[in-house]
Design a protein around this ligand. Structure first.
Ligand SMILES: Nc1nc2c(ncn2[C@@H]2O[C@H](COP(=O)(O)OP(=O)(O)O)[C@@H](OP(=O)(O)OP(=O)(O)O)[C@H]2O)c(=O)[nH]1
Ligand SMILES: [Mn+2]
Length: 174
């Protein structure tokens, strides 16, 4: 479990100059820490590798962190879970979004858990406030897209899945 503290410190350093897209400019690190909290507290997940991967899940996608660095610091399993949760930013956005839907069902159970908690955090954020520059249409499209991704991650945690069911019932208009 102390490895989890090391991961939190690592992620906090990597994300230290980043802010969320909300109007308040919340520190980015609130997101990965919150994703790990959702996994543990709301999903009942106490697997250390999954919780560490949750904390680290955006470090490669959004900072200069490499998978080699993660493997060195935290081992193969954590690095692989993060890899499964990392979009290829060299691809056009439409391809990245499509690939998340297509690849979701093929991910490991631990990667699916991180994906479910990541989407819960982001969807709650969208219910709370609108990111800078987002139109209502873009927000609505994110809910529909996120549902397609998380539908492919089902079967790993009934509690997280029912939280998502409620969020979609509240926010996706037929
Ligand atoms: N809802 C919300 N999202 C914010 C905010 N600030 C940053 N984000 C991040 O923005 C991403 C979603 O925005 P998009 O425009 O769809 O994706 P993009 O950053 O990949 O282009 C999420 O990345 P991600 O975690 O990698 O997840 P995802 O791309 O798999 O959804 C989310 O964490 C905020 O204030 N509210
Ligand atoms: Mn994320």
């Amino acid at each position: 479990m102390l490895r989890l503290l090391t991961a939190i410190d690592f992620a906090a350093n990597k994300h230290r100059q980043q802010r969320r897209k909300d109007p308040e400019g919340t520190p980015y690190i609130n997101h990965p820490i919150g994703v790990a909290r959702i996994l543990y507290e709301e999903g009942g997940v106490d697997d250390t590798a999954a919780l560490m991967a949750a904390v680290l899940h955006d470090t490669v996608e959004d900072t200069d962190t490499t998978f080699d660095e993660l493997t060195q610091a935290f081992g193969d399993e954590v690095s692989r879970i993060v890899a499964e949760c990392t979009d290829d930013k060299t691809l056009p956005k439409a391809d990245r979004k499509r690939l998340q839907i297509e690849n979701a069902p093929h991910k490991s159970d631990k990667a699916k858990l991180v994906k479910l908690a990541d989407k819960i955090y982001n969807l709650r954020d969208l219910q709370r406030t609108t990111p800078k520059g987002w139109t209502p249409e873009r927000v609505a499209e994110y809910f529909v897209w996120a549902k397609r991704v998380t539908d492919g991650c089902r079967g790993v945690n009934a509690r997280l899945e029912s939280i998502l069911d409620r969020i979609y019932a509240e926010s996706i208009k037929a």
